[in-house]
Design a binder for this molecule. Structure first.
Ligand code: OXD
Length: 309
């Protein structure tokens, strides 16, 4: 029985080491150097080449190497009968919170304004706003969104959330479904996108949505580049509807060198680094799922193939 790791853009050595550290008896192989395709029972993937999973006739489980699973469901040839699991890790949630908190504080304490002033050698003070009168709206209250919502609320911000199904987080007003999206947006000063990418959420960050936010709101996108209609963001910024955007994810990654986002003064670009899976931290749960699969037990963090998250 073998675990195969498949990714074209990750350094896989630390993953092999971490899995072996978690269980030295494991047979871990790396695509495309596997010895016997028929031995492969468990595939650990990040943006695997489309169709490649069909090469393993005895595959029993597919695991994402990260929190997101859209890269798995993008494969039209993903064997439909296989259970799909993802990573849920406190460290990932903490890293994500730290990134969001940094972006929020940058806007909240108007560092964007002071940077513009600095470029013109201008010395103007702006009185700080109150945290409790600043509303952070989080789209997506799953493991990552829920954790950040709780922490930001404890810091003193007014935090609200929007999701497809009802969620309950202490001190976070939750809005649900399409009918409550408008109300959620109308209250949001800093919008954080942490939604899963599905057919329903692709392109959700568009001009129509931005126009429902209070004028001068900020956007932080840490979910997927496909959530954002890129031209609409430029329009909303140029029209003054949005004051700034902090983007960690893009439709094309790495962001092409001639992309307008690089040079836009109101956009902060980071290279999909908001939360990076630490192989050592997540290897034990991968091994646990592998053993559960062998014993025919329910898997941890299994996602719904129907819902796509
Ligand atoms: C993930 C990511 O889904 O890094 O884990 O985007």
């Amino acid at each position: 029985m073998t675990i195969i790791i498949i990714s074209r853009d990750k350094d896989l050595k630390p993953w092999v080491v971490a899995l072996k550290e978690a269980d030295s008896s494991l047979d871990v192989q790396v695509w495309p150097h596997e010895k016997q395709k028929a031995d492969i029972k468990f595939a650990l993937c990040w943006k695997h080449p489309e169709g490649v999973l069909q090469d393993y006739p005895n595959l029993q489980c597919v695991s994402s190497m990260g929190a997101g699973v859209d890269h798995l469901f993008n494969d039209a040839f993903l064997p439909k009968h296989l259970p799909v699991v993802r990573i849920v890790d406190p460290l990932l949630a903490q890293y994500m919170f730290e990134y969001i908190c940094t972006a929020v504080m940058y806007y909240f304490r108007e560092f964007d304004v002071y940077q513009t002033q600095q470029a013109q050698s201008q010395w103007y003070q702006h009185s700080p706003k109150s945290m409790s009168q600043t509303t952070i709206g989080i789209m997506g209250l799953g493991k990552l969104g829920g954790y950040s919502a709780e922490k930001l609320s404890k810091m003193g911000f007014n935090v609200i959330g929007w999701s497809r199904s009802q969620k309950s987080i202490a001190n976070v007003k939750a809005y649900v479904g399409d009918t409550q999206l408008g109300q959620f947006l109308a209250h949001t000063n800093i919008l954080i996108c942490l939604l899963p990418l599905t057919d329903r959420t692709s392109g959700i960050l568009n001009l129509q949505l931005f126009n429902q936010l209070p004028q001068g709101a900020y956007l932080v996108n840490v979910a997927r580049g496909e959530h954002l209609v890129e031209e609409d963001l430029i329009t909303a910024l140029n029209q003054g509807q949005l004051r700034g955007a902090c983007l960690d994810v893009f439709q094309q990654e790495p962001l092409p060198i001639d992309h307008p986002f690089w040079m836009h003064k109101q956009i902060i670009v980071t290279p999909h680094c908001s939360s990076i899976t630490d192989p050592r931290s997540v290897a034990p749960q991968i091994v646990q799922n592998y053993r559960r699969m062998q014993r025919g037990e329910p898997l941890l963090n299994q996602v719904s193939v129907l819902q796509g998250y």
